[in-house]
Design a protein around this ligand. Structure first.
Ligand SMILES: [Zn+2]
Ligand SMILES: [Zn+2]
Length: 236
């Protein structure tokens, strides 16, 4: 059994790199940085506790060959005004109930929203006003781990995380262990339209970043207990 697992790790896991295209979108696309979010019929554009609509950083359809989440639609929103690192709130060895809405001290709620869902068939009438609408191109590759068991450090879905520090594991409030499925590399900058306000602590004036530019590892609930049941691990 142990031998099987070693073999599988050595062979690498199927993954897709995510490349941001350069040609500005002029219509909704399911795989995009910025752009028109594809939401469920009963979902509004998510807002921060500060009242700002959260910026849509990116969204894409998870490739069907990915375990647990293949065929889901992922959306990653984050406040422009609030740029911090995510801090996991635990109780009894699990993330707290409804952790996606729970207080994020000193804030009353999280300043981000990550959604992973099946029925996101309709795009919102508005495009994100700040993040430049650009296509995302997903390219399959084999994420062969390093001798230390770390995957490639790139913008990717699937494969193995390239942990910058020790691996982190969390149990969902529903009792399932969260499963890694997507990574955004450290200091990744998302282009924003030049007339938009600056983001506090971001590196460039015409770019925004996620969670202070930390490396982000998205861990999601394989039971799909809620579209927002995802924890964004931050490391640097
Ligand atoms: Zn905010
Ligand atoms: Zn869950």
């Amino acid at each position: 059994m142990a031998d099987d697992r070693v073999m599988r790790v050595q062979e690498g896991l199927s993954a897709h790199t995510i490349e941001v295209g350069s040609e500005a979108l002029d219509r909704p696309a399911r795989n995009s940085a910025g752009g028109w979010p594809f939401l469920d019929d009963d979902q509004d554009w998510p807002e921060c506790f500060c009242g700002e609509r959260l910026a849509l950083f990116f969204q894409f359809d998870v490739p069907s060959d990915l375990e647990h989440f293949g065929g889901d639609h992922l959306l990653v929103f984050h406040c422009r005004v609030h740029n911090e690192a995510a801090d996991p709130q635990l109780a009894g060895g699990r993330l707290v109930p409804r952790y996606w809405d729970a207080p994020q001290p000193p804030y009353p709620r999280p300043f981000w929203r990550v959604l992973l869902q099946r029925r996101a068939t309709h795009h919102h009438p508005d495009a994100d006003p700040s993040v430049c609408g650009l296509p995302l191109n997903l390219q399959p590759f084999v994420d062969t781990p390093s001798p230390r068991g770390l995957g490639v450090q790139t913008f990717k879905v699937g494969g193995t995380p390239s942990w910058a520090q020790d691996p982190e594991h969390y149990r969902c409030a529903c009792g399932e262990d969260l499963v890694y499925f997507c990574q955004v590399p450290e200091d990744m900058e998302f282009a924003v339209h030049p007339d938009q306000p600056d983001q506090p602590y971001s590196v460039g004036t015409d770019t925004y970043n996620l969670f202070l530019g930390n490396e982000v590892y998205l861990l999601a609930c394989p039971a799909h207990c809620d579209p927002a049941a995802i924890w964004p691990v931050n490391q640097n």
